[in-house]
Ligand binder design. Sequence first.
Ligand SMILES: [Zn+2]
Length: 375
Amino acid sequence: MEEVRDWAAERLDEIVDDLAVLVDTETPSTDSVLLADGRAVLTGWVLESWTDAAASTLPGPVLQVDTPGSLPGTVVLLGHIDTVFDAGTVARRPFSVTDGIARGPGVFDMKAGLVQGVSAVAALDALGIPRPTVRLIVNEDEEVGTVASRDAMVAAATGCTAVLVLEPGAEAGTVKTARKGVGLWQVAATGVAAHAGLDPEAGSSAVHALAALTCHLVGLADPAAGTTVNVGVLAGGTRANVVAEHARLEIDVRARTASEAERVGSALAAWAPPDPRVRLHVTGGWNRPPWQASATWLVDRARAVTASLGVPFDAREVGGGSDGNILAAAGLPVLDGLGASGGGAHAEHEYVVLDDLPVRIALLAGLVAGSPPAR
Ligand SMILES: [Zn+2]
């Protein structure tokens, strides 16, 4: 895939221009008007860049763009166009390049990944390298849990040969081969208010109940098994001398295995407050299931391609979930973290290393062009 790397290196200025357009087209997860504009810009650009491409918008909404290939099978390039940055961020902090470092809202997570994926396929076709059919699948609610787009995304990927996830990478030769599952719960407690001095027995504290639940939850963590529990919000009560009527918790749980996910989820469901007068209202659950391992053939191919490009290979397991978790749980071979090299996802200092783009594009091209083992 050296020829793809060289192709991309020669066109780096144009590729960076494409990235600038996508970054400066704002797409906050919560703004459906801006998201529709962003989808239109992305669709137009992909249709221009790919051979015989056809686009459709599925419920969710999910953008699907197919370009037919000469090899058997269909490889999915999976991404999201939404970002965690509110409308107006681009006006304050537009796309910029300084000393080979690109910045701007969503540049790393994951507009550079989208640019790499589309460029990789364009490079294969420009160089006449045979490939299977490629299906780009892009949703608009990944940063808010992939609720509306989940079913259409899974349906669009079902039956495909492999899923290459364009989420941010790390260094030039790094891929992600496992991600923890992510469980998100909210607990609202309602107790009985009373005067803390005159009439304490008449009251039942929602704050005390959720403090007890917090201790219980913290005890469910098992760092050796990769299970973490974070009570990120614990709020409630009104005054020191009032038995609290209301309190609430927000919980983030990460688990590496389905059995650990099940253990924590059922322990939370089974818990009851020491004082039965406190009522709990529990919402949430496992937002993304644990993804334990990439298909071996995908990891082997990534290793071979990075070796041919002369960059060190590194397969990582990470705590953050992605839509790769969802498609792996649907039985598809997934390799993740194939987006840009850089850092600072979701933060103001988010950045992309432009010199690594050609290598990352070549890695994607090698994964797209490589066929799966015969079954
Ligand atoms: Zn992302």
